[in-house]
Design a protein around this ligand. Sequence first.
Ligand SMILES: C=CC1=C(C)c2cc3[nH]c(cc4nc(cc5[nH]c(cc1n2)c(C)c5CCC(=O)O)C(CCC(=O)O)=C4C)c(C)c3C=C
Ligand SMILES: [Fe+2]
Length: 424
Amino acid sequence: MTSEDSRAALPSRRRFLGQAGATSVGLGAALLSGCADKTAQAAQAAQSTAAASPGGCEPASASAVLPFYGEHQAGIVTAAQKFIYFLVLDLHSTDLDEIRDVFRRWTTFAALLTQGKNSQPYSSNGYIPPTDTGEADSLGAHRLTLTFGVSPAFLRKLGLDKQAPPEFTDLPLFPRDQLRAELSGGDICIQSCADDPQVAFHAVRQLVRHARSSVTMRWSQAGFSSSDRASDTPRNLFAFKDGTANAETLQQADRHIWVQTPGWLQGGSYLVARKIVMHLETWDRTSARGQDDTFGRHRSSGAPLGGKNENDALDLTAKDAKGQPLIPADSHVALAHRTGVKMLRRSYSYASGIDPLTGQFDAGLMFVSFQQSPQQFIAIQSALGRVDAMNEYITHIGSGLFACFGGVQDGRYLGQSLLEKQHG
Ligand SMILES: C=CC1=C(C)c2cc3[nH]c(cc4nc(cc5[nH]c(cc1n2)c(C)c5CCC(=O)O)C(CCC(=O)O)=C4C)c(C)c3C=C
Ligand SMILES: [Fe+2]
C-alpha cells in the first residue's frame, strides 16, 4: 500500500469506528451472558464502546474499543485478547527530562492507538516518510490494550532508586533457571494485546518509532491464546486449560493484584514475564494418565483429578481407593495451590519456528502474571522449584520484573507521579 493509499484508507477506518462507538457492551449484558462471571473483567467490558455480540461471548469484533484512561491500566484484569506482542526496551538515555517526554508522547499515542486511530494524522507532504507506518489502517481497534511497566534497573539508571518500594528488587535466580541475558532484564516493558496480531504489533511499532533516540529494543515475543469461546479458559500447547484459578484471584483483585500502598505505584501492579520453552516432543510421548498427573487436572475438562467440572474446588486431601492422593503432591496445581498465594496469570503461547540445535519446535509459553507484590511470584515459583512434575517438560529462558503504573487520568501521563516526584 502506498502512503497515498493509506491516506485514503484512514477516513474509512474512522467511519468504521464511529459506527462502532454507538453501542456499548453493558456490565449487565456481560454478566447475564453467563460467561463473564469475573466481575473485574465484566467491568472492563462494560467500558467497551463496541457493538455487543448477541450472546456476549462471541469473539470480539474488529470495532471493539477498550478505554485507555481509568483507575487502572487496561490489559491487566481485561478479559484476555487473542494476541500479544510483548516488548522489553532498554533506556538509551538517562536524562530524566527526555524520558518524561517519551512517556508523555507514549500516553498521547497509546490513547489514540487503543481507539483504533493512527498515532498521528498523515501529512500531505509526500517528501517525508508517512507519519504512521499504516499496516493497521482500516483494521479497527480489536480491543487493543497497551500496558506499560518499568523495572528496578529503570529506577537505578534514572537516579530514582529511592522511590523503589522495598519489595521491588530484581528477581532471584530460581532452581533450574536457564535464563539468557538477551531475553532477561531490561528497563521498560510494553504489553500490547489485541484480538488481531497486526493491530497489536502496529501499536508497538509506532511507540518505538516515536522514541527511537531514547530507547533501544532488547527482546520481544509475540503470542497467541485460543479458546472455544471468548470467555472460556484458553488451552496452552500441552492442551490443558490454563487460567482456571484466575477467577478466584479476580474476585479479590484489591487483595491480590492492585498495589494499595500510597505512592507512585498505587493502583498499579507488578508484572512478571517469563519466556518458558515447552518441550512438546517429550510431552507428546507422555501417557494420557501421566499428562493428567503432571498437572493434577483432567486434560479434557480442566477439572481437578477426581472432579467433573473445571471450576470444582481443588481438594488436595482427597484419596483414591488405595489411599493415594487423587491429586499427586508433586503435580503443578498441588504445589502452586498449597502456597495459598494467588496471582493473575495472563499468559500466551508462542511458536517461533524450529530450534536449529535440536530440530524441535521452538515453542512455549510467554508467561505473564500480575500481582500486588513480586513476593507472590517468588513464593509460588520457589514452591514449584525442583519438584514440579512439569519441570521435566519446560525450561525458563527469559525473565523480567516490571512495575506497571496505576491508570492514567485524562490530562495526565503514564508514570507522572514517579517521574515528577520532587526529591529531597
Ligand atoms: C510461578 C508461577 C507459575 C509458573 C511459572 C507457571 C507455569 C506454567 N503453568 C502452566 C500450566 C498451568 N498452570 C496451572 C495453574 C497454576 N499455575 C500457577 C503458577 C505458575 N505456573 C498457579 C498459581 C496456578 C493455580 C494454582 C491454583 O491455586 O489452583 C494450570 C491449571 C489450571 C489453572 O488454574 O490455570 C495449568 C494447566 C504451564 C504450561 C506453565 C509453563 C510453561
Ligand atoms: Fe501454572
